[in-house]
Design a protein. Structure first.
Ligand code: AP5
Ligand code: MG
Length: 203
């Protein structure tokens, strides 16, 4: 399978790039933020609980997120060429649970692509999106809180992937198309090295 994580601070372009990458590589896009917003819109028990975290910029509890993500993985694993995990894992506990769960299912452990964008640019993008998105977390106070939580809780996930040799850095500044080319180059290189190692090439 072709599995990777698109990671980076709020507003770095995870959703935007995932949409393009899904088309190019025929993958399933799993965004935990989107899954939670679906639950909120459907007013499920999970959604009602999640809303109280999302609307103030906090992370939802690990156990809730892990269960939701693995359910989506299990529903799709036999039907797709691979997964883009967008916004998951966001804590070291989630990264560790993902590794265990994928190992247990015989699914290749994904590598992590970290999209780096300047803080000022992140705030500009999210404030602009907030004019039309209707997202409860796209306002300046909550954006600041999300960025703070990213630094304290999510940035350490990068070290987890560095330690297992699966961390890839990409410059997330610039035009959408040029960032897409940079990410595509990383994916193509990964696939090529799999081929050279004589591992499964088809994805
Ligand atoms: P989530 O939905 O994942 O939000 P996020 O990480 O804050 O990221 P965004 O979706 O806001 O931004 P993005 O990186 O997708 O950027 P986008 O492409 O939209 O999570 C929301 C909340 O859910 C969390 O705060 C948390 O509460 C909860 N949650 C989710 N996952 C969780 C987990 N694993 N554990 C616990 N809690 C979890 O782009 C942003 C804007 O910029 C758009 O308007 C876009 O058009 C624009 N844009 C994109 N690229 C460019 C570019 N190159 N130049 C100019 N503008 C651009
Ligand atoms: Mg997103």
């Amino acid at each position: 399978m072709l599995n990777f994580i698109l990671c980076g601070a709020p507003g770095c372009g995870k959703g935007t790039q995932s949409t393009l990458l899904v088309e190019k590589y025929n993958l399933k896009h799993l965004s935990t933020g989107d899954l939670l917003r679906e639950e909120i819109n459907a007013k499920t028990e999970v959604g009602i609980k999640a809303d109280s975290y999302i609307s103030v910029g906090n992370l939802a509890p690990d156990d809730m997120i892990i269960a939701m993500l693995l359910k989506a993985v299990d529903e799709n694993a036999s039907k797709v060429c691979g997964f883009i995990l967008d916004g998951f894992p966001r804590t070291v506990a989630q990264a560790s649970a993902l590794e265990d769960a994928f190992e247990a299912r015989g699914i290749e452990i994904p590598y992590l692509i970290d999209m780096q964008v300047d803080k000022k640019e992140l705030i500009t993008r999210l404030i602009k999106r907030g004019e039309t998105s209707g997202r409860s977390d796209d306002n300046l106070d909550t954006i600041k809180k999300r960025l703070e939580i990213y630094e304290t809780k999510t940035a350490p996930v990068n070290d987890f992937y560095k330690n297992i040799g699966k961390y890839r850095l990409v410059d997330g500044m610039g035009e959408v198309e040029e960032i897409f080319e940079r990410i595509s180059a990383i994916i193509d290189k990964e696939q090529l090295s799999k081929c050279k190692e004589n591992k499964q090439f088809a994805y």
